[in-house]
Design a protein around this ligand. Structure first.
Ligand code: ATP
Length: 352
């Protein structure tokens, strides 16, 4: 997609978006509700008119020289949208077999059953859509989209109707299926964890624009802007000023070599980048702080800490520690910052 813009009346829903999906690659469109993810996907599928920009599938311009748009059914894409209904008068098996017209009857049945099996729906092959739960219907719709083995899959929140436990399994199986099929996939989700699990690359969107398109590890560890940093989970925030290539924070000095002297900055630190050490086991030279409370969250523990800077101003931070780590209230602790997970942004960018 090149330079895509899309307006609904006065509202710019998609704003100058350029992105690509390679064969065999899963790209997730991630962002808050209303940021334009579905509109972009619908433009790729030709379910929404192409107002501005160009769409290529398999190298072919979807607007021909005569100005005609290639219609959805001729795009060799598998579609699954939030509202994509199953054919009510066809059984589950026939729904999935629908797009396999070019295969012989027995072969169609075999391929459709295989897909249903992978998605845990083989036992429902003879049922009709109205006899299925929302999550089951969603899995059948996914199987139907995958069945013809399209070159490009366009999926809009394909797992949203599934409960949490089932979702993890179906995600895993779907990713396996997509990789095996070698199709390129553009998948819409508002869930950062889902995007990190499914995607080779994530395009993080806000207000119709792609803010950053990168591998999940790059978005998480090298966010280009405060919105990107915050979208993947809680961050501690501190303000400061660049001096001699660093910012003095209550957690110690943080490098900021790329920013000019005197720049007011926002420093963001993920909770897992702050290691809490109960005093007594600690080394010298770190700033002392005390525990407000600690809570076990499952795999991690959250520790709420109160600390003071050089001017004795009070700050509050959250740290996430692996496993069970529950220091008592008022316990003196020292904090160790993993510098590589501290992000520094000019304050003006943070106020955008
Ligand atoms: P969600 O995660 O809630 O599905 P989204 O990121 O997919 O959101 P879109 O559905 O692409 O967002 O919508 C982008 C913006 O365009 C929203 O502000 C929405 O209200 C608006 N919009 C979408 N479709 C239409 C339409 N047919 N007519 C008018 N406005 C629309």
């Amino acid at each position: 997609m090149e330079g895509i813009c899309h307006d609904f009346g006065n509202l710019r829903a998609v704003d100058r978006v350029t992105l690509d999906v390679q064969p065999g690659e899963v790209v997730c469109l991630l962002g808050p509700s209303g940021c334009g993810k579905s509109t972009l996907l619908r433009i790729a599928a030709s379910l929404e008119e192409l107002q501005q920009g160009r769409v290529f599938i398999n190298g072919e311009d979807m607007r021909s020289a005569s100005g005609r748009l290639v219609p959805p059914e001729q795009r060799n894409v598998g579609l699954m949208f939030q509202d994509s209904a199953l054919f009510p008068h066809l059984s589950v098996l026939d729904n999935v077999s629908f797009g396999l017209g070019r295969l012989a009857g027995a072969e169609r049945r075999k391929r459709a059953l295989e897909l249903l099996e992978t998605l845990g729906m083989a036992a429902y092959a003879d049922r009709y859509p109205h006899m299925l739960s929302g999550g089951q219907q969603q899995r059948v719709a996914l199987a139907r989209a995958l069945a013809p083995g399209p070159g490009l899959m366009l999926l809009d929140e394909p797992f949203s109707a599934l409960d949490a436990r089932l979702r993890d399994r179906i995600r895993d199986d779907t990713l396996h299926l997509l990789k095996k099929a070698g199709a390129g996939t553009l998948l819409v989700t508002h869930d950062p964890e889902e995007a990190m699990f499914m995607a080779d690359r994530i395009a993080l969107m806000k207000d119709g624009r792609v803010l950053q398109m990168d591998r999940p590890v790059d978005l998480y560890c090298r966010p280009k802007d405060p919105f990107v940093a915050t979208f993947f989970g809680e961050v501690n925030r501190m303000e400061g000023v660049v001096h001699n290539g660093a910012v003095d924070t209550p957690l110690g000095q943080v490098e900021a070599r790329e920013l000019p002297e005197g720049t007011p900055v926002l420093v963001m630190v993920r909770p897992e980048a702050i290691r809490v050490v109960v005093v007594g086991q600690a080394h010298k030279g770190h700033r002392k702080s005390h525990v407000i409370m600690s809570r076990l969250l499952g795999r991690n523990s959250m520790v709420h800490i109160c600390l003071h800077d050089r001017d004795n101003r009070e700050f509050h931070m959250h740290s996430t520690m692996p496993g069970v780590f529950l220091p008592q209230e008022n316990q003196q602790v020292e904090l160790h910052l993993d510098q590589s997970q501290a992000f520094v942004f000019p304050l003006e960018a943070a106020n955008d």
